[in-house]
Design a protein around this ligand. Structure first.
Ligand code: SF4
Length: 296
């Protein structure tokens, strides 16, 4: 019987810190508000809700006064801090230091050269991207693909940054295309970029590919809302066609395998380790119980 958890899977340090901050607070207080889902994993959000964490949306946040609110790892735009000050809300700020650093870089560049364009390669409306755009009074242009580059004014300098969880390959394509466009116009010195993708995410794709190939079957554990999870699952599936996406433990019972099947369990940067351990336990129970012949 070979059932193993990928040691690189599980929370990144940014998410881990936010979750631990919430847990620590809830040890001595009955409840705590958190602005947005603390992590893109429904099962973990449910666990923390039982401890007293109350997820609120931005509309609800504006109505709060004289209380404490947790800021998750994705960070927030300056407007959130202004509302907190006005409404005497104490923020417990768990913004990931990598995201904070990126916000600072973008703000400094925006203030230093207001006639230039700030470009952000990211998902429109994603919490981190909203926080980054906020550093530029929402003037930054969000790029999702090479096609979006038509909206760039190449007569003005451009500074490109990436949301920390974006795909490195796609970012490289955008950089190459913009370099080509500015070069064609003889203005190559007007295009600047920085690789701001978090290595905790970009290194995962290669690691997970290697991991997925080492087993007969992969159980990929992730929340359905996690874009990092969906991307890593696709990476697993390409490396090992017998990869299954599961978001709750019961789904293990729907997958057919026997005790000779080697199984690797892995997940996204938002997947709690305890959930992968529970999945492993369920797999082992099935293997030592009544084995089924795999037909999947
Ligand atoms: S993926 Fe990287 S930048 Fe994002 S929260 Fe985790 S450690 Fe921070």
């Amino acid at each position: 019987m070979k059932v193993e958890i990928d040691t690189h899977s599980g929370f990144c340090f940014g998410v881990m810190d936010a979750v631990q901050t919430a847990e620590k607070w809830l040890q001595t207080h009955p409840s705590l508000y958190c602005l947005g889902d603390i992590v893109h994993n429904e099962v973990e959000v449910e666990r923390l809700s039982k401890l007293g964490l109350k997820i609120i949306r931005h509309e609800q946040f504006k109505e709060l006064h004289d209380t404490h609110v947790l800021i998750r790892a994705h960070g927030e735009p300056p407007e959130t801090y202004e509302i907190a000050k006005k409404n005497r809300i104490q923020l417990i700020d768990a913004t990931c230091p990598v995201v904070l650093n990126l916000q600072k870089k973008i703000k400094e560049q925006y203030l230093a050269e207001k006639e230039s364009q700030i470009l952000i390669f990211g998902k429109p409306g994603h919490a981190e991207v909203v926080g980054l755009q906020g550093q530029t009074d929402n003037e930054a242009i969000v790029i999702t693909s090479v096609e979006d580059l038509q909206q760039i004014d190449t007569s003005r300098p451009a500074y490109l940054y990436a949301q920390t969880t974006q795909n490195l390959e796609k970012y490289t394509q955008i950089i190459e295309k913009l370099t080509e466009i500015y070069k064609k116009e003889g203005r190559e010195t007007d295009f600047h970029y920085q690789d701001t993708i978090c290595r905790r995410v970009s290194n995962r794709a290669e690691q997970i590919k290697t991991f997925a190939k080492a087993y007969d079957m992969i159980l990929f554990v992730s929340g359905e809302k996690s874009s990092n999870g969906l991307y890593l699952y696709q990476t697993c599936l390409t490396a090992n066609p017998r990869s299954h996406f599961i978001f709750k433990i019961d789904q293990v019972d729907e997958i057919l395998f026997d005790s000779n099947t080697s199984i690797g369990i892995c997940g996204a940067t938002s997947t709690p380790m305890w959930l992968m351990e529970e999945v492993k336990k369920r797999v082992e129970e099935r293997m030592t119980g009544t084995p089924k012949n795999e037909t999947a």
